[in-house]
Design a binder for this molecule. Structure first.
Ligand SMILES: *Cc1c(COP(=O)(O)O)cnc(C)c1O
Length: 359
């Protein structure tokens, strides 16, 4: 893939950039450039380019605005003490986007092109990667959408893939205190044969009303159960779940209708290395409730790229509540979080070969 570059003439100045990086928040500030490549059946992927960041013009009949044919990814670039910049398992994000795109009848962007696109943007906007202090990073958002102007219902014949980047601080403003969860019994996020395993905006759109219900009930996040029986824990709106048992076992819901997180997959390997075998299986809401009550479940946490590892506190539903197993992050939660973050920032040996150097 040949990438042309048009540099911004209105790049944010150093003083303003320092201000932004001191307090980046999440998803509000964007870098000076963006990456774009387009696809048509005749030409395949073509016209790859880095251009100044800015609005894109879409015809009101653009397919994605009507039928939501789109996929996205979330990943981060981390700066090390020595100034070098690295991404974490970018091929895994590329492979997942390929799977998501297959499900959404979008063309597959080859893994090496996905990685090259992300690398190109990180390189051109390298000054936007925050210093290692405070676990800040540059959040990267690759996304692909049906950009054909057509209202008929069929896979789009024009597709656009882009990457944008946004400096990120802590995802949850409260820091590492447990998030409280709302158990929705009315809404589900994924059924058999549906899009649950694809990273696509529609899954998020359908989760928002349940998230709203969570806020209305004083909870931070919503947890979804399986669509078939309404008994088994699936995941949060955008994070996978882990349960730690008193005997050291760790359980995470099995895949199928959940979105297979790269953080989730990495924790399976890390926990194993720390001597905690991980069981991927169904876990019912009764097992959760009874396990916390009996002291069998000693820690619960959620994980994903944006928030890394976050302890889970109480679980509330219409008519009841299960208390938090821990008041703070539990010992294994903290250990796993530290092990992961240390690899990402290059403070620990990358024994799994997860890191990819960009700068
Ligand atoms: C992205 C996402 C996750 C977490 O995946 P990571 O690769 O770990 O960031 C979990 N659940 C859903 C629904 C997601 O979209």
């Amino acid at each position: 893939m040949q990438i042309s570059t048009t540099l911004s003439t209105t790049a944010v100045d150093d003083a303003r950039l320092a201000e932004i990086l001191a307090e980046p928040g999440f998803g509000t500030h964007f870098t000076d450039h963006m990456f774009t490549v387009e696809w048509t059946p005749e030409k395949g992927w073509h016209d790859a380019r880095i251009t100044p960041y800015g609005p894109i013009t879409l015809d009101p009949a653009t397919a994605v605005l009507h039928y939501a044919q789109e996929t996205f990814e979330g990943m981060k670039a981390y700066r090390r003490e020595d100034g070098s910049v690295w991404t974490f398992r970018p091929e895994a994000n590329a492979a997942r986007m390929a799977r998501s795109s297959d499900r959404l009848a979008l063309p597959v962007l080859p893994i090496e092109d996905f990685v090259a696109a992300v690398d190109a943007l990180v390189k051109v906007d390298e000054r936007w990667v925050p210093d290692a202090a405070g676990e800040k990073s540059l959040y990267l958002r690759p996304f692909m959408f049906a950009s054909e102007k057509f209202l008929g219902v069929r896979p789009s014949q024009h597709v656009t893939f882009m990457v944008i980047a946004s400096p990120a601080g802590a995802y949850f403003k409260g820091g590492l205190k447990p998030v409280s969860l709302w158990l929705t019994t009315e809404y589900t996020r994924a059924g058999r044969g549906g899009m649950g395993a694809a990273k696509t905006g529609g899954n998020y759109a359908s989760s928002l009303v349940a998230q709203q219900e969570a806020y209305a009930n004083g909870c931070d996040q919503v947890v979804f159960l399986d669509a078939q029986e309404g008994r088994y824990v699936e995941e949060l709106g955008g994070m996978n779940m882990y349960f730690v048992y008193a005997d050291g076992r760790v359980v995470t819901p099995e895949t199928g209708t959940i979105l297979e997180g790269i953080t989730r997959a990495s924790i399976i390997e890390l926990a194993g290395k720390l001597g905690h075998p991980v069981e991927e299986r169904r876990i019912s809401i009764d097992e959760w409730r009874d396990g916390v009550a009996s002291g069998d479940i000693v820690e619960i946490f959620a994980c994903g790229t944006a928030a890394v590892v976050t302890p889970v506190g109480s679980l509330k539903w219409d008519g009841g509540e299960t208390p938090a197993p821990t008041v703070e992050a539990g010992p294994l939660t903290s250990k796993i979080r530290a092990a992961l973050v240390d690899v990402q920032f290059g403070r620990a040996d990358d024994t799994f070969g997860w890191m990819h150097r960009v700068v």
